[in-house]
Design a binder for this molecule. Structure first.
Ligand code: HSE
Length: 339
């Protein structure tokens, strides 16, 4: 049995529990992976530890009725997140607390603790890898465990591992794409006549937007993702403050209409390039011609093109935000660790 401690029980944590509950049997039959959540710790949703594994359907039903995981009838309650990591006996810690691109906390402390205790870590939290990927990967290597972050960029749509693992043997000289779902959703809705504030509220309700949506609309979320891709795929050592940044708060319906009259769409484009061995990165709105495939990536869809020496351009398009989509990225990392 592979034992998982789930740290964070917001949109992604709950979706991960639901997807795992639906896939548990399939994972066992197809991959031989017998995965069980043995502990959950959420900032405002309580904590629960059941060493023999939590019955997920039961947990989710009782959570829906009561709003806390502590309504589950058995198990140890009331531990904090660090105690949960230490005492759960888990092999894998799935860290899905909220992103903080300034301090990386509380995720950074959770991940350091788990890796130093010899536990594999999977995270969708962009703060720790954007601020300290090399340190955390080093800590994982020292302790003989894995640190996997597929769902930090484009949720479950392959992005990090596509560049790092699948394209191995190619040199990635740069990348360009739409890697924030919330801003792409807002820009698409604005083109259809939707108001900025109402659309942002909708994106929050759908679970796409960050807890503080400034993280999306001012470009910080895309900056975090650019840093993660540049550092993991291109071997760079960028910090979020190294990335030139402009969000979409200055984009008006008039600008969108003007672009449309010239057969263009405004998109928040994230990119990085290498020149003379130096990697530079940028996030900013750009007018993209309708003949460019990126112009037709709308709503919460994301797209990413890697520019490589061998295969030239390799593009992936898919869903890049949302609880279920992110949960699938976590599941793919879980299977990769198990393999
Ligand atoms: N807020 C992010 C987005 C979530 O809108 O893309 C996925 O990282």
């Amino acid at each position: 049995m592979t034992k998982i401690a789930l740290i964070g029980f917001g949109v992604v944590g709950q979706s991960f529990a639901r997807v795992l509950s639906q896939k548990q049997q399939e994972l066992k039959e197809l991959h031989g992976l017998d995965a069980h959540i043995v502990a959950i710790s959420g900032r405002s949703k309580g904590s629960l530890m059941v060493k023999e594994g939590i019955e997920l359907e039961h947990l989710l039903a009782s959570f829906e009725d009561n709003g806390t995981v502590e309504s589950y009838p058995t198990g140890i309650k009331g531990l904090d997140s660090i105690q949960t990591i230490k005492e759960s006996g888990a092999d894998v810690v799935v860290e899905v607390t909220g992103t903080n691109l300034e301090t990386g906390e509380p995720g950074l402390s959770h991940i350091r603790k788990a890796l130093s205790m010899g536990k594999h870590v999977i995270t969708c939290n962009k703060g720790p890898p954007a601020l300290a990927y090399n340190e955390l990967k080093g800590l994982a290597d020292e302790n003989g465990v894995k640190f996997r972050i597929e769902s930090t960029v484009m949720a479950g749509t392959p992005a990090v591992n596509l560049g790092k693992e699948t394209l191995a043997g190619n040199k990635v000289n740069g990348f360009k794409g739409i890697i924030n779902g919330t801003t792409n959703y807002i820009l698409t809705k604005m083109e259809q006549g939707g108001g900025y504030d109402a659309t942002l509220k909708e994106a929050q309700e759908l679970g796409y937007a960050e807890a503080d949506p400034a993280g999306d609309v001012e470009g910080w979320d895309a900056v975090g993702k650019v840093v993660i891709l540049a550092n993991t795929v291109m071997g760079a050592d960028l910090k979020p403050s190294d990335v030139e940044r402009e969000g979409i708060t200055g984009i008006t319906p008039t600008m969108i209409d003007e672009a449309k009259r010239e057969n263009m769409r405004i998109k928040l484009i994230a990119q990085a390039h290498i020149e003379d061995g130096v990697v530079s990165a940028k996030v900013a709105p750009e007018r993209v011609h309708m003949t460019d495939p990126l112009a037709n990536v709308n709503g919460t869809m994301n797209a990413l093109t890697y520019m490589t020496d061998g295969l030239q351009d390799v593009t992936v398009i898919g869903r890049g935000a949302g609880g279920v989509e992110t949960a699938h990225g976590i599941i793919s990392d879980l299977i990769a660790i198990y393999r």
